[in-house]
Design a protein around this ligand. Structure first.
Ligand code: NAD
Length: 422
């Protein structure tokens, strides 16, 4: 009987990240000792965070920081607050950060952090105390030339401000470059908050040229309506694409004639969800993922396009704003069906690219305007897209393997030229 769902072990994000690495390593004919080095994180920190809650009780949260690789520069990666966070998710996200910074060729390694908590059920002051305690616990291994956190799911510019302040108060001097994705008032970069979605737009534009799809009038479905998804909806609509479906944790909404993203953003600000917004009818996230559209943008969490639904996906392009939304089995099915999957390590790399710009501006005391940031971002995203396409053609592989070969080769080269210490 044909398998219709992957086993829990096959859905483990770190197992998936390692499998993707193994494919690239095999195609690159990488030395087995080098494979062993690049297949595992270099450093992991597990922390326990006692936090005083508003009712006077003390709750202990569990957190992690994983530095996967720093051969090409300081480790870099976001911090996620999520009730279902696991060490293997953080490991996978740290690995993907390593391959992402290498794909766009910015001088960073890869890292990720996470705390198991439910931010939707915590007050702002509880979140601040937990964030500061987490920052304090991971402080020995972060810093502008060591490891630089940024926002991810359910963390934002405010979270980064608390981390930066905790770091600065502890080391005794200002240190803007310790985090990116900060508020602009304390050294954040113009254009950072929309950079992930803008970078996605730039690579989708290039893919549309290759597939001869006009972005103007193209239908777009987006799962996840946070920083990446809501901004993507707005930017794609500005290019006259038609946003025909949006989804978040509570469900999804659709209108084949198009949904105004600004109205959706305003509705979500008021009610906490897009579900119920006027001018769109309710349906499910499952239906959203398999609806007929030109461009499907998963912008929520991992493992949403799987063996279970890959045969039913009807998009022409899947642009991965989220990290790890497509499982390896689903990847194979989509490739066989001629659906272009723009892989996370390229498609959502606009965020880390502008984080790199933010760090450069902090280190050098510069302040670029948004036009300069966007022009530099476009140049990097288009170059990375072209390099991925060249690699795909050379190795006769789909986009993810193309990007992975490009990335793994860069990290391998850096590792070899540095040599083995001691
Ligand atoms: P966010 O917290 O701003 O938004 C997450 C969104 O996903 C919310 O709308 C939430 O309702 C939705 N969501 C969560 N679980 C869901 C589920 N089970 N079904 C449907 N919707 C669900 O987070 P974000 O920063 O936009 O991150 C989203 C994805 O993009 C993540 O995979 C993240 O790693 C990735 N990413 C983000 C950035 C960035 O700069 N923020 C950069 C690169 C990649």
């Amino acid at each position: 009987m044909a398998r219709t769902v992957e086993s829990a072990a096959a859905l483990n994000p770190f197992a998936i990240a390692q499998l993707q690495f193994d494919t690239a390593a095999r195609l690159l004919n990488l030395d087995s000792r080098l494979r062993a080095v690049l297949r595992e994180p270099v450093r992991e920190l597990h922390v326990s965070l006692p936090v005083r809650m508003d009712d006077g009780d003390v709750k202990v949260f569990k957190g992690f920081r994983v530095q996967y690789n720093d051969a090409r520069g300081p480790a870099k990666g976001g911090i996620r607050f999520h009730p279902e966070e696991t060490i293997d998710t953080v490991r996978a996200l740290a690995a993907w950060m390593t391959w992402k910074t290498a794909t766009v060729n910015v001088p960073f390694g890869g890292a990720k952090g996470g705390v198991i908590c439910d931010p939707k059920r915590m007050s702002k002051s509880e979140l601040e105390r937990m964030t500061r305690r987490y920052a304090s616990e991971i402080l020995p291994i972060i810093g502008p030339s060591m490891d630089i956190p940024a926002p991810d799911v359910y963390t934002d510019a405010q979270t980064m401000a608390w981390i930066m302040d905790t770091y600065a108060m502890t080391v005794g001097h200002s240190a803007h470059g310790v985090v990116t994705g900060k508020p602009v008032s304390i050294g954040g970069s113009a254009g950072r908050s929309e950079a992930t979605a803008r970078g996605l737009l730039y690579v989708v534009e290039e893919a549309c040229k290759l597939k001869k799809i006009s972005l103007r009038g193209a239908s777009v479905a987006i799962q996840g309506f946070g920083n990446a998804g809501a901004t993507a909806a707005r930017l794609f609509a500005e290019k006259k694409a038609k946003i025909i479906a949006l989804g978040d944790t509570r469900g999804a909404v659709t209108n084949p004639r198009g949904i105004d993203p600004i109205k959706a953003i305003r509705y979500k600000e008021r009610s906490g969800t897009v579900v119920g917004m006027p001018g769109a009818s309710r349906f499910s996230n499952d239906e959203l993922l398999t609806m007929k559209c030109d461009i499907l943008i998963p912008a929520a969490l991992e493992n949403v396009i799987t063996l279970h639904n890959a045969e039913a996906v009807k998009a022409r392009i899947v642009a991965e704003a989220a990290n790890g939304p497509t499982t390896p089995h689903a990847d194979e099915i989509l490739a066989r069906r001629g659906i272009t999957v723009l892989p996370d390590i390229l498609a959502n790399a606009g965020g880390v690219t502008v984080s790199y710009f933010e760090w450069v501006q902090n280190q050098e005391g510069l302040m670029w305007d948004v036009d300069e940031v966007n022009a530099r971002l476009q140049k990097i995203m288009v170059r990375a897209f072209m390099e991925m396409v060249d690699t795909m053609r050379k190795h006769h592989v789909p986009p993810r393997a193309g990007a992975m070969i490009l990335a793994v080769n860069r990290v391998a080269e850096a590792t070899l030229v540095r040599g083995l210490f001691p």
